[in-house]
Each structure stands twice: as C-alpha cells, then as structure tokens.
Design a protein around this ligand. Structure first.
Ligand SMILES: [Zn+2]
Length: 274
C-alpha cells in the first residue's frame, strides 16, 4: 500500500533509512524544521540554510530512493535564534517555493534552551499563525510530552484568536487524552509513533478505533535525537489491518488524509493525483 509519512526530519536519516521506507510503501514525506544542537548558538542564517537544504538537497536525496520530499518551514520552539524576526520576515518567500507545503513544527516547549521564555514563544506561535492564515498554508503543532491537555488547550485558544481554519491545523504528538478535544475543535490529530514516547504501532492502532478517521494522521517524527523508527507508518498500517480495519480505512489514514491536508495532489505526482 502507498503511504505518506507527514512528519519526519529527513536531514538526520540515512539513505538506507529512506530505502527501507520506500520498500515498505512510503512514496512521500513531509520533513519539518528541527535544528537540534547543544551549547551551540544559532542565528537566523542557520535556519534559512536549514530550509534551503531541505528544499534542495534533501528533496534530491529523497528522489534517489523514489521518495517525494515536501517541506515544512518554521521557528521550532527548540531552535529559536536571537534574530528570529529575520526568519519570520523570510517565511513568505519560502512559502511560495514549490516544495513547501506547511509551517511546522511550531508550538510551545517548556524544555527549550534557545528560548525558555514561554511568553516569547507564544508571540512567535501567533506570528506564524498569522502567516499561515495570510497564505492559506497548513500548520503542524508540536505538543510537549507531558501534560498534553494543558498545552493543547492553549493551542486551540491561539488558533481561535488568530482565526486560522481548524481544518488547516494538525495537532501532532497527540495521544488518547486529547484526541476528542482536537476533533471537537475541527483540527486534525497527528499521532506520532515513536519508541521513546512509549507509543508503538499497536497503541496507535488502538487509539485509531476511537478516532474520526477523516481527520487523523500517523507519523514517525524520525529524527536523530531520540529513539525513532522510520517504519512507524507502515508498521501501524499493519497493526490496523490485524485488528480489523478495512483497506479503505487504512488508506485514508496513511495516504488520503496527508495528501489532502498538505494538498500534495497539486504536484501531479502520478500516485498522488488519483
Ligand atoms: Zn518533529
């Protein structure tokens, strides 16, 4: 079955990982902004280089393994440079680039070392929501690992204040404690299947039993910092099958939803336009 992984960090994965993903049926990915570092100062230029690398080099690297690479650009709360205004100012230019399909990941992160001030983080989220609304581009939210209900409530408030269409928003790293709240608001739920979270393919398949299947995504968030699995999406598809989901239901979750939310069919990809 053809699948899309709508949240990865491709720059931290090997060609061998990409080959495995393609073998398992992944034909497209959305790679989001995340610039991990330790005691390293970053500037706006670091992030602009990161965007360029994703759009050009990483898209080329994906193509070598027959994976279409699409890009989310953002000020991720863990990588906020002191001159972040320059990144905000450059974002509209990047949004117009062909492969850029989202602003993400954005959000609040109490563990941020580059910007521990949550009031400042909130201002940066609002600025990015404004850009999303102005350009009609989807947004992907990172939800902190603990106390998800509190963070999601704050996100829904901010989305309401900035009047962004809920259908254009993915609240990612969701778990069973927040899915209902997110669906009721009209946003899409992202379930990140990642070993360090203690949320495996079987857990995800169980959560999906209580989900609106038209508004939910499965992703791997595979990165270089914490234990990840680039095959999380195909493994979850298999677990869905094991517990009785139909082929149509599985296809909706792992292919049709991401293709619709990120409007991937416009790229005239032979597989995505049917
Ligand atoms: Zn991520």
């Amino acid at each position: 079955m053809q699948m899309v992984d709508p949240h990865i960090h491709i720059d931290s994965r090997t060609r061998e990982d990409l080959a495995s993903m393609a073998t398992a049926g992944i034909i497209a990915v959305v790679t989001l902004t995340y610039y991990p570092h330790l005691h390293l100062s970053i500037s706006s230029q670091t992030l602009l280089d990161h965007f360029e690398r994703a759009i050009n080099f990483e898209a080329w690297r994906g193509r070598q393994e027959l994976i279409d690479v699409y890009v989310g650009i953002s000020l991720n709360p863990v990588s906020i440079p002191p001159d972040y205004d320059k990144v905000l100012a450059a974002m509209p230019k990047y949004i117009r680039k062909e492969r850029v399909v989202a602003i993400g990941e954005i959000g609040l992160e109490p563990g941020s070392q580059t910007c521990p001030d949550l009031t400042r983080q909130r201002e940066i989220v609002k600025a990015q929501l404004k850009i999303s609304k102005e350009h009609g581009i989807p947004v992907v939210f990172h939800t902190p690992h603990l106390d998800k209900e509190t963070w999601v409530e704050q996100y829904l408030d901010l989305i309401g204040q900035e009047k962004v269409a809920p259908s254009k928003v993915v609240i990612d790293h969701a778990d069973a404690s927040v899915t209902k709240k997110v669906f009721d608001f009209g946003c899409n739920v992202g379930i990140t299947v990642q070993p360090w979270r203690g949320l495996g393919p079987q857990d995800a398949a169980k959560i999906l039993k209580d989900c609106d299947l038209g508004s939910v995504l499965i992703d791997s968030d595979c990165n270089v910092t914490l234990p990840s699995d680039p095959l999380s999406v195909p493994k979850t598809a298999l677990e869905m099958k094991r517990i009785g989901f139909s082929e149509d239901d599985i296809k909706q979750v792992v292919f049709e939803n991401p293709a619709r939310i990120f409007n991937l069919a416009r790229f005239n990809h032979a597989d995505l336009s049917d």
